[in-house]
Design a protein around this ligand. Structure first.
Ligand code: ES4
Ligand code: ZN
Length: 397
């Protein structure tokens, strides 16, 4: 049986310079932000409407020809590591600032974009938190979420587990209900509107106290917020998992899934502690596990999912260049890795951009791309029916 992924490698590579045309009208790099209630573009149509498979026996177009007139065919993937606030594109920041009467400390888009040069995680976080000032109303959160889903759908994302940072909003006076309802109201219809099944994860800021996190978690539980799990993010070094044992125990007791950033900038011991002390089901990033062979062996044996974000790692200087990214070594070691965009508006691209750059720079094979896609689906918290559906699209039955 011929699968579409048997024949697209060279074509996708050649198509790279042309591919932005695929996203005309969609938000994201080169696209205008949308502030209306309506789906922003055709990109939001369920992908089931778009044939994903090559017809067995049908004539295959010449690769050169295909490069110019055909969009790259995308793998159906689950995005497991995504901060919704990190999807705020510069254009949307300006549009929301204007709508809310907020004066930004940047004269124009170019001046804002000039700030997107990061030296480490903290230098990014400073800008990321500052830009959140434009998020004031439910509508703002809803517009941001809608823009992400339209762009993610165009990237092949069929299931997304979306983190938000409630403390970053509550601490600047935005009510918890405003931020949660704004995001959740869009997620509630994401499958119908965008062909993307979704769930929401409340991430807690590890540079704040555990008391603050517990307080917000209790409020979320009391208001019956539609969260599927909790995460742990923000400044990693100096804020080890041990600081949040009670938070994660409470989340487990409440029946919530648990994930944590670990081993992005922090040492491999933070990965071990997140698993042992916080009982997390996935590790966000985890790339520094490669410094500890015993840990790698354990992660492989337990098939612990690591949600890797290659472009993020380059932009935040966790790795020097994409060519030196440990992803190929992680795949070769048998680790359960997936590819994710983290904060796509800040790091140079969405999931499809990550895949394409891995392919062009690292020569990632189709076999590995399909493995990464299936890992993402299998490691998600989607129900079994959805996983089976998406794996079947990938060619697993
Ligand atoms: C984050 Cl890349 C990254 N790492 C830690 N915390 C974060 N919050 C948003 N993006
Ligand atoms: Zn992250």
């Amino acid at each position: 049986m011929l699968h579409w992924f048997d024949s697209i490698g060279a074509r996708a590579l050649r198509a790279y310079p042309y591919r932005m045309e695929t996203y005309d009208g969609a938000p994201g790099p080169g696209g205008a932000p949308a502030l209306s209630d309506a789906p922003v573009s055709d990109a939001g149509q369920p992908l089931a409407d778009q044939p994903l498979t090559e017809q067995p026996g049908a004539a295959q177009p010449d690769a050169e020809e295909a490069a110019t007139d055909q969009p790259v065919k995308l793998l159906p993937v689950a995005e497991l590591h995504l901060h919704i606030e990190g999807t705020l594109e510069p254009e949307l920041i300006f549009a929301l600032a204007e709508r809310n009467g907020i004066t930004l400390p940047y004269a124009d888009l170019d001046e804002l974009r000039a700030r997107y040069e990061f030296t480490d995680l903290q230098s990014f976080l400073d800008l990321y938190y500052a830009n959140m000032a434009v998020l004031q109303t439910e509508q703002d959160f809803a517009d941001m979420t809608r823009a992400y889903l339209a762009r993610a759908a165009a990237a092949g994302v069929r299931h997304a587990e979306i983190m938000m940072d409630p403390q970053a909003h509550v601490s600047r006076g935005v009510p918890l209900g405003t931020c949660v309802n704004g995001v959740a109201s869009v997620l509630a219809n994401s499958l119908e509107e965008f062909g993307v099944s979704t769930l929401l994860i409340a991430a807690f800021l590890r540079d704040l106290s555990e008391e603050s996190a517990l307080e917000v978690l209790e409020q979320l539980l009391a208001m019956n917020a539609p969260i599927a799990g909790i995460g742990l993010d923000s400044a990693e070094v100096g804020n080890p998992p041990a600081k949040f044992e009670r938070l994660f125990a409470r989340a487990k007791e409440a029946g919530l899934h648990r994930i944590a950033h670990a081993g992005e900038e922090g040492p491999p011991s933070y990965i071990i502690d997140a698993l042992e002390l916080l009982d997390v089901e996935r590790i966000d990033h985890g790339i520094r596990c490669m410094e500890d062979p015993d840990l790698v062996e354990h992660l492989v044996a337990e098939r612990v999912p690591l949600t890797v974000c290659p472009l993020s790692n380059v932009r935040l200087r966790a790795v020097d260049t994409l060519a030196e990214h440990p992803l190929p070594a992680m795949l070769a070691a048998g680790l359960n890795v997936s590819v994710n965009s983290d904060d796509p508006a800040y790091f140079g691209g969405y999931v499809d951009d990550n895949f394409l750059q891995l392919q062009t720079v690292l020569g990632l094979s189709e076999f590995d791309r399909v493995r990464l896609a299936s890992n993402s689906i299998r490691s998600s918290f989607a129900d079994e029916e959805r996983k089976t559906e998406l794996l079947a699209e990938l060619g697993y039955s």
